[in-house]
Design a protein around this ligand. Structure first.
Ligand SMILES: Nc1ncnc2c1ncn2[C@@H]1O[C@H](COP(=O)(O)OP(=O)(O)OP(=O)(O)O)[C@@H](O)[C@H]1O
Length: 360
């Protein structure tokens, strides 16, 4: 049975100075699941989160937590009555309180119960024994874990996190993300996490809600959002992309890489074939002498190396294509640094191409 929906947002809308910055946003998050609200700076992610938290008032829409309206017609519960935990980039621990006092801050009940919950959470975030320290004695990553424990202490039904990792050292970040995810899953809250970093969303999310210009443009599992983007901008948000422009004729589009099936596109309509650099393949087997295509790879097309860079895990090679002088970029695992001017044959993985009508 699917987990119960904990957070349900319907048609939430907010304008500032007559400009809609959040425009009919709807989403739901089940218990124990993480949804990442992902999008470029200024697209309305934080405003959405703030409306769910109750610190910003929507112009319209409804927010339900555990089936109960916390905002809607005639209802507007204050943040503290919504059972939400909050965690922001500047998570501001109370400097004069100890770690244990910080974690206990939002807890009610008797001393023994509070102490037990604090102990349980400090253990969960791997900070047992730190209870009597003060925030300034901790590293950034440790402080972040205390903030997580503090937000989770009252067992919120919904956890709202706004760029919670962006203040952290790059080297620490992945480890802290993974540890945080583990704790969130153990606690079972429904989590809505705001981020502008696709890598973070891919790493953390059960579901990604891709936002642009105040709207959610695509929502789904990371695999689907990455591998079946709704438009060119959605594809480009996750990686560099290559774009091949051509004309669709009778549901087929001829390109220098062979013909592509383009059903649903008007006869004579312009289409853009979008491919990520890792799906552009170099015809190594033939030592660059090609062409000799296989059915799967389509027709190879010749290009000349403009620039090659080694990025550690992969090399990025820019080619100037013979067919129209356009630049296509291929990503090759490991070290591959051909000289500028080298001619090589490229093939594209047809099964990994996205076809969009121009203007989409
Ligand atoms: N209180 C406010 N008054 C006026 N404009 C606001 C207010 N709050 C947000 N905005 C504007 O609304 C838009 C969306 O802001 P928001 O902070 O929600 O975006 P975001 O996607 O979270 O971006 P970032 O990642 O940069 O925080 C921005 O153009 C912002 O300037």
């Amino acid at each position: 049975m699917p987990d119960a929906v904990r957070l349900e947002v319907t048609g939430v809308t907010r304008s500032f100075g007559g400009r809609p910055v959040v425009d009919h946003v709807s989403l739901s998050v089940a218990a124990g699941r993480v949804t990442c609200l992902l999008g470029p700076s200024g697209c309305g992610k934080s405003t959405t989160l703030r409306m769910i938290a109750g610190v910003e008032r929507p112009d319209a829409g409804e927010v339900r937590i555990d089936g109960r309206a916390v905002f809607g017609p005639g209802v507007n519960l204050p943040p503290e009555a919504r059972s939400v935990g909050l965690m922001f980039q500047d998570f501001a621990l109370f400097p004069h309180l100890t770690v244990a006092q910080n974690v206990a801050f939002g807890l009610n009940g008797d001393r023994a119960a509070k102490a037990a919950r604090v102990g349980e959470l400090l253990e969960r975030v791997n900070l047992s024994g730190y209870g009597s320290k003060h925030p300034h004695e901790l590293s950034g990553g440790e402080q972040q874990r205390v903030a997580l424990a503090r937000a989770l202490a009252p067992r919120p039904r919904v956890m709202l996190m706004d760029e919670p990792f962006s203040g952290l050292d790059n080297r620490l970040r992945d480890g802290i993300r993974d540890a945080t995810l583990e704790v969130l899953k153990e606690e079972g809250a429904a989590v809505l996490l705001v981020t502008h970093e696709p890598d973070e969303a891919m790493r953390m999310a059960d579901e990604i809600a891709l936002m642009r210009g105040g709207r959610i443009v695509q929502q789904g599992a990371p695999y689907n959002v990455y591998n079946a983007p709704v438009d060119k901008a959605a594809a480009a948000f996750f990686s560099d992309i290559n774009v091949i422009r051509a004309t669709s004729r009778g549901a087929l589009t001829e390109t220098p890489f062979g013909a592509f099936l383009t059903p649903g596109h008007a006869d004579g309509g312009e289409v853009e074939i979008v491919i990520r650099p890792q799906h552009l393949k170099i015809d190594f087997d033939r030592g660059g002498r090609g062409p000799n295509p296989t059915a799967q790879d389509g027709t190879p097309a010749r290009g000349t190396v403009q620039r090659a860079r080694y990025l550690g895990r992969e090399s990025l090679v820019d080619f100037k294509m013979d067919f129209d002088g356009s630049i296509l970029t291929a990503s090759v695992p490991g070290v591959f640094l051909p000289k500028t001017g080298t001619a090589l044959w490229l093939m594209i993985r047809r099964d990994r191409c996205f076809v969009f009508g121009v203007g989409r």
